[in-house]
Design a protein around this ligand. Structure first.
Ligand code: PXG
Length: 438
């Protein structure tokens, strides 16, 4: 960054623009576990960029794949046309996906993947003659991106309140599962809370199952601060959906690609959804891409009518973009070749012990974790919610460690290549930060 660079014209997303522009934090480069700031400081990445860069930054294989693709086929429309990479990607992705999720629809972000999945669910019921199934069920504290569909089923009030009267109609929310009096300091899945899934029965009783199209949840709520599903909770949701002909969508934008210690959260928790949304780790964050993985029966329901007719009136100019497909293929190869899902599963207990060692640090009220994701929840300062965590974030950054905060919770979601000394560095730095702030 030159000293004279004009920061004003860029309206930054999810950022306090005025504060940032007077206290800029700029990255110049990244490699492996580290960023380098424009001031030349090395920063250990404790959050995989933003839950994205699971194989670490600027992996040579991904860099080469993108460079080679950019020089050979830059773009081709996805409508009535294709390129080999995207078909190969669909095959590899659906091979990796659990159960009969044998079809992949491509979008460019998690938000687009979510809106696509909701549209598939609604259209599926309508095609089968159940067009009255229009209701969508999300969950409090859920994050499903920022499209109108995603914020409607999402449960983050700051993201919703400006649009209260223009959200999708006919949406209901399950209760969230965050409860410190029952579950504080859980390691892995909490014992308490499976009964909260039964609230779906009440929602069904209220509206009648025949009006409900789909339930969408994150297997582990990520943005809300790593809310791990209580034991048997997801199983109960699956069972109730099955009993009532309701589709179950797992939003795995964060949990897919090794984050929970397996390829998908669905695998970790042993629950088979009808649709899975992915993004982030799909391309290791290197090129934007999202996807919806779709059950064979759902795909088959659409494949009716004249062969040449469009079956689903949906898609994006950049669906299955060649650069994104190349980055995703390289990422999937690296996940396999470097055994990163297995590594995440092996490293998870080390990570768990390390983060739980922060119990007793000033103002810590909860620590929770699963796989390679964890949260440290702080007591908010009176009258100043989120500021304590923000102070901790800045102290950590100054000390060379990048963490993420949401409200008064510090989230950790490091690249799956992290080693033990780096885990120690993150935890030690957070401990020092918490002891240095009030
Ligand atoms: N679903 C889930 C579960 C997500 O976590 C999205 C959808 C939307 O993806 P896009 O690519 O449209 O941003 C996400 C995104 C945070 C944070 O602080 C997390 C996300 C986005 C911004 C901040 O944890 N996840």
């Amino acid at each position: 960054m030159s000293a004279t660079q004009n920061l004003e014209p860029y309206w930054m997303p999810f950022t306090g623009n005025r504060y940032f522009k007077s206290h800029p934090m700029m990255m110049a480069a990244a490699e492996g576990m580290y960023y380098t700031t424009t001031a030349g400081q090395k920063i250990l990445d404790g959050i995989s960029g933003l839950w994205c860069c699971n194989v670490g930054h600027c992996h040579p294989k991904i860099v080469t794949a993108i460079q080679t693709q950019a020089a050979s086929l830059d773009y081709v429309t996805a409508f009535q046309m294709g390129h080999p990479g995207v078909f190969e990607l669909a095959e590899k992705l659906t091979e990796m996906a659990p159960g009969n999720l044998d079809y992949a629809f491509f979008a460019n972000s998690g938000s687009e993947a979510v809106d696509t999945a909701l549209k598939i669910a609604l259209a599926y019921h309508r095609i089968r003659g159940e067009g009255q199934r229009t209701r969508l069920i999300g969950r409090e504290k859920g994050y499903h991106g920022v499209g109108f569909g995603g914020i409607s089923v999402g449960g983050m009030s700051p993201n919703r309140k400006m649009y209260a009267n223009t959200l999708l109609p006919g949406v209901d929310h399950l209760p969230h599962t965050h409860n410190l009096s029952e579950n504080a300091y859980s390691r892995g899945q909490p014992e308490w809370g499976a009964h909260l899934a039964d609230e779906l029965e009440n929602i069904i009783a209220l509206h009648d199952a025949s009006t409900i199209a789909a339930v969408i949840v994150e297997p582990v709520a990520g943005s809300a601060g790593v809310l791990v599903p209580p034991r048997d909770y997801l199983q109960r949701l699956r069972k109730i959906c099955d009993q009532h002909g309701i589709l179950l969508i797992f939003d795995e934008v964060i949990t897919a690609f090794g984050r929970t210690g397996a390829s998908f959260g669905a695998e970790t928790f042993g629950v088979q959804p009808d649709l899975i949304t992915v993004a982030k780790g799909l391309t290791n964050g290197a090129v934007p891409m999202g996807a919806v993985l779709v059950d064979t029966d759902i795909y088959a329901a659409f494949m009716t009518g004249p062969e040449q007719a469009v079956e689903f009136f949906h898609g994006y100019t950049y669906s299955g973009h060649p650069l994104a497909a190349a980055a995703a293929l390289a990422s999937i190869d690296i996940y396999r070749e470097e055994g990163l899902f297995e590594r995440a599963s092996e490293m998870a207990p080390v990570f768990e012990n390390a983060v739980h060692s922060l119990k007793g640090a000033p103002n810590v009220v909860d620590i929770r974790n699963i796989g390679m994701m964890a949260a440290i929840e702080l007591e908010p300062r009176a009258e100043a919610p989120a500021l304590r965590a923000l102070d901790a974030f800045r102290r950590c950054f100054d000390a060379g460690v990048l963490v993420r905060t949401t409200g008064d919770t510090i989230a950790l979601t490091p690249p799956l290549i992290i080693d033990e000394p780096q885990i120690d560095q993150i935890v030690t730095t957070i401990g020092q930060a918490l002891r240095s702030i009030d």
